[in-house]
Each structure stands twice: as C-alpha cells, then as structure tokens.
Design a protein around this ligand. Structure first.
Ligand SMILES: [Fe+2]
Ligand SMILES: [Fe+2]
Length: 339
C-alpha cells in the first residue's frame, strides 16, 4: 500500500463532499499511480492546520479564491512548511496574474481551471505523486552521494593524520590499499565492496597512532612488551572506527587484518572463513608490501621473498585464492606498487 496523502482545500463544502465521495475507495493501482489517503479542509487556515497535524502531504490542491487566506498565499505557506509537497491550484477565474503569482510564490506544479472534472483532478494527483516520487528518489541519490563523499573525505583525513606522524606507515597503507584493490577486482567482487576494501586498507594501521613513535621507528629487535604494544593497533583501530557508520564493515575488516587462516593471528585468533574476506585480502597485501619494502628496523627483503612467504604459507596463514591471485598479478606484471 502506498502511504501517499493528498489534501484538498476549498471553501465550497459541496465540492469537497463530491471529491470525498469520488476518491473514496475507487483509487487502486490498476487505474492510478498508487492508492492515496484524502484529507479535505474548508479554508487556508484549516489547511495549514492539517499540514501541521497530519502532514507532510504528497500533493496539496487548493482553490484560489477563498475568504481569508487565498490559494496562492496558502500554497506559499505550504511550501515553507513542507517544501517537498507537490502543489496544485484550482481557480474559477483564469487570469494571467493569478497564474504568475501561483507559479512565482507558490511554485505550483499544475494550474487547473474550474469547473474541473474529477478525472482531471485524479490525473493531476496521479502525475503529482509520480513527480513527487521521482524527486524523492533524486534527493535520496543526492544525499547518498554526499554521504559517500564525506566518508571518503574522512578516510583521507585519517590518512593525513597518520602521514603527519609516521610517513612509513602512511606510504605502506597507500600501497597496501592499491594491492588490496587490485586483488579484490581480480576476485570479481562487487564495486562497492572493492571500494570498501580500498578504504579499509588505506587506514588499516591507523591504530599505530597510539603506539609511541620511538617504538615504531626504532631500528633493531623489539622486546616482547613493545611487540605487544604494536599488536594492540588492530584493537585500537576497531575502537576508533566502530562508532562510524560506514557503508561497509571498515572497523571489523581492520580489526581482523592480522588474523591468520589457521587461527594463529591476533587479536581474536579467528580461523578460516570466520575472518572476513576483505580482511584476508588486506592481510596478504599487507605482508607482501611490508616484506618487500624498507623499514626503519630492517632493510627491504624484496618482492621475491615476500611472494615466497605467501606461497609457502597459503592455506595455512593466508587465504589460498587470495594468495594465488596476488602471485598471478605480480607474475603477469599486471601490478606494481610504484607506477
Ligand atoms: Fe597492521
Ligand atoms: Fe600494515
């Protein structure tokens, strides 16, 4: 059932009665665009009260000439109160001035002249509802686009935050994002999901903001306590990100990026497909990038060694399909960290 509501305002009680009779129960999907509930009001003031109490209406129709508030003034106020409602004006005195005022001040959708046949009103309502739904869909799409844009901006801000403090991690995250995205695309994942993986990977080590810089950038082997502190970064990231309503499970993906297929990872010790596929992809990209590039505490081991690690432990630590795809991307020279 449609939830469309229509309001007709006219000072002629007989006309309102005939609309009510006519539109009661005769509207169904076969003839018209959805069912609607009809309210009527005998004056502009009563109409305003209906809008306030029972609105918002999908379509509001008003007579032009009424004692007290005229139809143009009424529709202008409806526009202020509920700007998305479709407004239609009815008039027994079709003159150009009224039309101009109705369009300029009331932004009316349609202008109908009295006496008006019920079918004409019915069609105007149907068209109004269609137009309303079209505009609504457009508004929703627009706000979804805006919301996505602000999510991207937020991710970028997080990346900058990491970059300001720790350029190694920042560069690492960007490269891991690039490889994760390439793997996800190769796996044939849906576009939104690929985007989610890209975004999560771009900030996957954000939790390292909480690790003292001396530990992160110190050359040489780390103590057990220092290692444990670094390991906290997945959990910290989860705590920071989980209140944010991303389109994809960014916080959970990042939480799991150090989990391993055999359950030997951290922080939860998840196994196999209990680990999100997104996290399994980032895990592989993370290891390959980390091993093949230079770190403050060790020189680069090289891409070959990194790919060797992935193939040696595929199915044990790493998702076998993800590992294979990663291998293939490099072998076919379909991917490189640097252009
Ligand atoms: Fe990490
Ligand atoms: Fe990482």
């Amino acid at each position: 059932m449609s939830s469309n509501k229509v309001l007709i305002v006219d000072d002629d009680p007989e006309l309102l009665k005939s609309f009510q009779r006519h539109f009661h129960g005769v509207f169904d999907q076969r003839h018209f665009h959805g069912v609607f509930d009809l309210d009527v009001a005998p004056s502009g003031m009563d109409g305003i009260e209906s809008v306030n109490r029972q609105g918002p209406y999908t379509v509001v129709i008003s007579d032009y000439r009424m004692p007290g508030m005229d139809g143009v003034e009424f529709l202008r106020r409806v526009r202020d109160l509920s700007p998305d409602s479709i407004r239609i004006i009815l008039t027994g005195y079709p003159d150009i001035d009224t039309a101009v005022k109705a369009v300029n001040e009331g932004r009316v959708f349609r202008f109908l002249t009295k006496p008006v046949r019920t079918e004409i009103i019915a069609h105007a309502i149907t068209d109004g509802i269609k137009f309303y739904e079209l505009e609504k869909a457009e508004r929703e799409l627009h706000s979804l686009k805006r919301w996505r844009k602000s999510m991207e901006a937020m991710i970028l801000a997080f990346m900058r935050l990491v970059e300001a403090r720790d350029p190694y991690t920042a560069g690492h995250q960007q490269k891991v994002a690039k490889l994760s995205k390439a793997i996800a695309e190769e796996l044939g994942l849906e576009k939104v999901r690929v985007e989610g993986i890209n975004m999560a990977a771009a900030i996957h080590d954000i939790g390292k903001l909480y690790v003292p810089a001396e530990i992160l950038n110190r050359p040489g082997k780390l103590s057990k306590i220092e290692c444990d502190m670094i390991k906290l970064h997945s959990r910290v990231a989860f705590d920071i990100l989980s209140p944010i309503d991303f389109e994809y499970p960014v916080a959970r993906i990042i939480h799991q990026h150090h989990e391993r297929m055999n359950g030997s990872g951290y922080p939860l010790g998840l196994k196999g497909d209990h680990i999100l596929l997104e996290a399994r992809i980032i895990a592989v990209a993370d290891v390959v990038e980390a091993m093949s590039s230079h770190r403050p505490y060790r020189p680069a081991l090289g891409l070959e060694e990194a790919l060797g690690e992935i193939s040696k432990n595929k199915g044990v630590l790493y998702d076998p399909d993800v590992a294979d795809i990663c291998q293939r991307l490099f072998e076919a020279e379909a991917f490189a960290f640097e252009e």
